[in-house]
Design a protein around this ligand. Sequence first.
Ligand SMILES: [Zn+2]
Length: 201
Amino acid sequence: MDDSDIVKSALTEAIDKLGLIKPDAIERISHLLSADMTVHPRQTCIEYRKTGDQLSKEDKKANGINGNAFFSRNAFDDLTDLGRLNPLIAHQQTILRANFTVGRYHSLEKLKQIFLPGHGFKGIVKFIGSAPECPFCSDSDGELMKIEEAPVFPPPQCACAAPHYLFIPEISFLDNWNEPDQTESARGSLLTRFIRWFRHE
Ligand SMILES: [Zn+2]
C-alpha cells in the first residue's frame, strides 16, 4: 500500500462508516487530509467551504447554517441527507476520522522498520485507547498485540466517530527477545532506533 492508497482507503472507510459525505465526493475532498497531521481538518474544511460559488442566505437558513458561515454550493453537494443535518461538521468529522487512520498506518509502518529482522525482537505493540466511553477502546486499552495484527482501520466494535487510538512499541527485553545470543551492540542500536522513533526523527 502506498501513500495515495492509504488516503483513499481511509477516506472510503470514513465515508462509509459515518455516512455524512456522498461516496462520489471522495476525489474532491481527498486533498483536505493533512498527511503529516500538522493542520487540523477544521482549518482545511473551512478553506474548502469558502472556495467557489456560495449558498444563498435563504439556502443557508433553510439548512440550519449560520448566515455568516461560508458554504460553497459544491461543498454542500458533497453532503448526504444525514450530513445535511449538521452541515458544518460533516466534512471535518469525515476527514478527521480518515486522518487518524492514515496517521496510524504511517506510525505502524515506521515501527515495522524498527522491528527489523536480525535484532532479536518480536514486534509487540501496546494499544492505547481512544475514548473511555467507547467499549472497544476502553476494553482494549493496554492490550499487547503483534504488530501485524494491530488494526489500522477502526474495527466495527469501535464506537468512536473519529477514533484516535494508537500503538506504542512494547519493549520487554526478557519476554520479547527471540534469540538469547544477541549481542549488546544489537540491543544498543535497537534502543537508539526506538528513541529516534519516539522523537519522530
Ligand atoms: Zn473507539
